[in-house]
Design a protein around this ligand. Sequence first.
Ligand code: NAP
Length: 689
Amino acid sequence: MKLENYVAGKWITGDGDGQLLYNAVTGEPVAAASTKGLDFKQLLEYGRTVGNPALRKMTFHERGNMLKALALHLRNHLDTFYRISYQTGATKADSWVDIEGGIGNLFANASLRRKFPNERFCVDGDSHNLGKNNTFMGTHILVPKEGVAVHINAFNFPVWGMLEKIAVNLLAGMPAVVKPATVTSYLTEAVVKEIINSKILPEGALQLVCGSAGDILDHVISQDVVTFTGSASTGLMLKSNPHILRENVPFNMEADSLNCIVLGEDVTPDKPEWDIFVKEVRKEMTLKAGQRCTGIRRIFVPENKIEDLWRAISASLSQTTIGNPLNEKVRMGSLAGQTQRNEVKDQVQKLLASSQIIYGSLDSVNVVDADPGKGAFMSPLLLMNDKPFQSKEVHEVEAFGPVSTIMPYKTTEEAVALSKLGKGSLCSTIVTADYKTAQHYVIGAATHHGRILVLNSECAKESTGHGSPLPLLVHGGPGRAGGGEEMGGLRGVKHYLQRTALQGSPTAITAITQVYQQYAAGKEPGKHPFKKYFEELQIGDQIVTEKRTITSEDIDRFADISGDHFYAHIKTTDFSGTMFEQQVAHGYFIMSLAAGLFVDSYEKNPVLLNYGIDELRFTKPVYPGAEIHIRFTCKEKLLNDKRVIEKPEDFKRGDDIDKGIVKWLVEMIDDTNEITGVATILTMVQHKP
Ligand code: NAP
């Protein structure tokens, strides 16, 4: 069966016989892949001119809801995906990480929409007042790039590898061209077929090429983004492409790395952390048959415990049943193919220049329900290197399979230094129950690792593990790991958005960004803004309240009612040597009386509830006799999805009411017209019935 490419709105096969792809367990051919004859320049242009405008027309919320619909749709086809995934040598647990982990990424990015406005652009970070007279300011905005995201992926996660990346570019408003690694592209193709069948994405939002990437990189432009996941050597070749360099095309690289785990000096065999360590090492060596970019390649152990530890790890590895992933007893399947197995063996040979095998065999493996001659099976290999400061290979050579090397260290300082000899990794773990050791390691080693897991008995049960990148945390690492960064919640989305500094008057920037900027002209709201429904409110709707005189008795009463008798609020305090001249009003009192001034009505109105305060600053002391008034302005409106009503209680909680969140700027101003405090408060406001 020849795999199809999805290009310019059509499923087409490439020319010629194509590259044969094999079932990793049985060695039988499963498909052939070819991209011969595809016009790569044209398909990129199709993404830019058809997919990109369709996506950038949508708001972040619309795109987020699209991702959610896609995730729900793909969940209905899990059986098909799992059935195909077994052919890549993956066990059920491996496939779960790939398939459901990938779909989980769609859900996580769908939820991220709530962090964005219901707009096609967003403001990034704080605003800055740039003029003494408050007429000139600056902020940053983000808009989707006008190109295509080109994802060149590794073979080990054919589903997750695609979904974790497209979830992010689609939320940002950019289309994608996905080029999975050829050897497992038959699984990626099956998932893309379901995505396209669902018609959930606009046309042009996703294209797929199964097979060689041809000359695609010679046609990318600076509005495109290229991401690469794979080996450091291929990555270096691709990112040195003169066209990419000349056009300044953003290139994000996730390469292989020599990730490590450290056993803290405090951990002894009687502590729970000992078993936690052994379990983590075994899991990382055997899950996905060790074909994980984040897999533990280096194990650092205090020198006086190394023998006990390698025996414990070996005993644990010997419990792992290897074989046909369809057999329920099997805990480790095969590698993705014979080529991959041969590559791993070659890499192990290089490691053996300075290490020795202490568990497993390079030449034989016991398997169940399969023929070790036909399937790409391999025994887990634990290596020992007793001179880690003198050996180069162990910090440089990645054997992308169930292979890891154990090494001794003397002090935590040495463990930090050894971890850095990998010249940059995706992740590192320290197992310790001692917080000082944890801090020493983390602060010392952080420069060289993209992520650090501190594992102990407190978190081991819930921990997602050393090897799992998470959608809300950054994935990527410095140096050898590629120097890239992806995912990380909002951070990831920003890779596909152009950040532009925006300068001008507060009123102009309010009009452009639809976020009220302090000192911009306010709008006469016509009626009290609390009487307006969500749709009726306009950014900049503003009221200026009556004045209220602050008295010493007010302050005394607030001190009594709140119990806050801080010396500055007591009139008999001797104020010499303090920050204050006399009894000062509590900041929270001013904030409370602000509400008394801007809330106007005893009647029910569209404001459903007060949702809290985002920011609150007290900028000038308020003394008895001061007259305070409030400038109250509608700052920002955020959509709030109606929850699904599942139980009768949900009605009582108001989950059936259509509503949005409105942010208000509260400026507390005294009789000299100076601002004594600023707050951003939030209310929940009903939509028009
Ligand atoms: P690879 O051989 O470097 O290939 C990676 C991707 O690059 C594949 O899609 C490959 O396509 C493509 N490619 C190769 N030559 C190309 C060229 N001239 N032009 C355009 N594309 C080209 O890596 P792999 O064997 O698939 O994956 C294993 C490696 O990936 C391991 O070293 C692992 O550590 C690393 N990895 C890293 C991460 C991470 O997030 N950092 C994640 C997973 C894996 P073909 O398949 O068609 O050759």
